[in-house]
Design a protein around this ligand. Structure first.
Ligand SMILES: [Zn+2]
Ligand SMILES: [Zn+2]
Length: 231
């Protein structure tokens, strides 16, 4: 049978639905999948969170999960494999290799899903290190007129609110002092944001400082921050 691609004029090679394979694949997405997926990654043990479970990155659970994200259109999907490739900023790319049939002819399709890791801490690491902390929010009162408990409550609510997205947003220790409170927090981010919000609300400034407490696995300095707000 005489073959002729109406788009590019090609006369040889594989044809799909009247077009050459290249033109057809350019115009038709046979695999539907997200460009990127955000995945929580434990900063202490490198486990990742898939649905509700913390699992190893190189595992069949991850492969099974990725499979559920891929839908075939006009393509009879027979076999799908993933290869993980390290990408920038400690992220990974899941390289897709899908084998199947189109109009009864074998075809292999490739693609990429970016796995974007969001730093978190897994349940077991959290339990092991229930006293894990990154920062201290020092709340100081300049006089005795301020209702301290009300302001403390505001901070606690802010931290609680942020814990929905950041599991480390929690108070490890609360120390009551003569002139205020020290809130020891697992999450530096939540210490930073909550102190910024309180400082803004009370027209105050933040005095930020840090101490170096060691180095992490990658040789980067581990710091503990202090945010002091006087109101
Ligand atoms: Zn063509
Ligand atoms: Zn962990």
């Amino acid at each position: 049978m005489f073959k002729f691609c109406p788009k590019c004029g090609k006369k040889e090679g594989n044809f799909i639905k009247g077009f050459c394979q290249d033109c057809f694949l350019q115009d038709n997405k046979l695999l539907i999948y997200p460009d990127k997926i955000q995945i929580e990654c434990c900063k202490r043990c490198d486990k990742i969170k898939i649905q509700r479970n913390w699992i190893e990155l190189h595992s069949f659970e991850l492969t099974d999960f990725l499979k559920t994200k891929i839908k075939a259109k006009e393509f009879e999907l027979q076999e799908i494999e993933f290869e993980l490739e390290e990408a920038e900023k400690k992220n990974f790319n899941a390289l897709i290799e899908a084998k199947g049939l189109i109009e009864g002819n074998p075809l292999m399709l490739t693609g990429v899903i970016k796995l974007q890791f969001v730093s978190s801490i897994c349940d077991s690491c959290m339990k092991i290190s229930s006293d894990y902390f990154e920062a201290t929010f020092q709340l100081r009162f300049l006089d005795n007129k301020t209702d301290r408990k009300v302001i403390l409550n505001k901070v606690e609510n802010l931290i609680q609110e942020m814990s929905k997205k950041d599991p480390l947003s929690r108070i490890v220790k609360l120390i009551e002092l003569k002139n205020g409170f020290d809130l020891v927090l697992s999450s530096n981010r939540s210490a930073k944001i909550s102190s910024e919000k309180i400082a803004k609300q009370f027209n105050s400034k933040i005095i930020k400082s840090f101490s170096v407490v060691g180095v992490d696995k990658t040789g980067k300095e581990k710091r503990r921050y202090t945010y002091c707000v006087r109101i």
